[in-house]
Ligand binder design. Sequence first.
Ligand SMILES: NC(=O)c1ccc[n+]([C@@H]2O[C@H](COP(=O)([O-])OP(=O)(O)OC[C@H]3O[C@@H](n4cnc5c(N)ncnc54)[C@H](OP(=O)(O)O)[C@@H]3O)[C@@H](O)[C@H]2O)c1
Length: 289
Amino acid sequence: MDKRRILIQIDADAHASVFDRVVAVDAGAEQLFSYAGVKPEQVQALVHGAIFTRGPKDLKHTAIFVGGSDVGAAEKLMHEALKHMLPNFGLRVSIMLDANGANTTAAAAVRAAARHLTLQGAPALVLGGTGPVGQRVARLLAREGSHVRVGSRQQARAAAVCRDIAARVPNALLQPVEVASDADLSAAITGQTLVIAAGAAGVVLLPKAARAACPTLKVAIELNAVPPVGIEGVGVMDKAVNQGGVLCYGAIGVGDTKMKVHKAAVAALFESNDKVLDAEEIYALAQQF
Ligand SMILES: NC(=O)c1ccc[n+]([C@@H]2O[C@H](COP(=O)([O-])OP(=O)(O)OC[C@H]3O[C@@H](n4cnc5c(N)ncnc54)[C@H](OP(=O)(O)O)[C@@H]3O)[C@@H](O)[C@H]2O)c1
């Protein structure tokens, strides 16, 4: 008889994410072991509990989900978890990172853009490009061969993100852009066919007039659901809504695909015991939607 599917949720927050727990159940996890407030030095024991209990042939029925609201903290937990797997002996379990929904949201946003544009060679501006979601959006676009402008209020922050992506993505076409004034914004959006806004909740990054003044723009994707939204005039529910020739997506419009991707990724963890699902692998799963 097949073993029950156990998902081990590792979360740095005081309370393990209810959102991630609900999705885990809906994605087919039969048992959910949730650990909150996890620190890197506590990960080894959790991983050992996962890999030393079932034999290698049954380890695909155990998996780890790393979540929580702090993406940086989750990345450290993921790194630590991978360190303590023993792949040479087949003693490993599949693992996925989706802290704050950053990977699944970025994957869904880039997938939405790809429905309407050839991303290879597309000039694309990522507003709020220094946050966890924006960085992943920029990275995925760079992997697709887009000419990516990474926007930030501070040039140095945008440049740091570009350096990080360039180190991961050979031949990435990246340009850091400071977007601290209306004139900066106008220069940053000029010639772009795609804009993805991944700014902080409740902050307008692209006013209507600036969007209207960009005749090359074809697709505008907004990821902030908290009013006011980042791309002024885009409805949170919008899904490829044509506004003056620009196809617009709002946060919930993208969220439908995000949820499908999140569930598909959790389900994929139980297909084998060697999956490591980060932004790129989750984006690959998004291609089916
Ligand atoms: N739809 C979904 O399912 C889903 C899931 C996760 C997240 N989200 C949304 O996606 C967006 C991005 O998430 P995140 O966690 O990456 O965001 P974040 O870290 O909170 O913010 C992203 C960037 O926004 C810029 N920013 C912050 N405050 C600003 C202000 N007052 N004015 C202008 N820019 C400001 C900052 O860039 P600089 O300081 O470099 O300018 C920051 O790095 C959020 O709106 C979040 O709510 C949606």
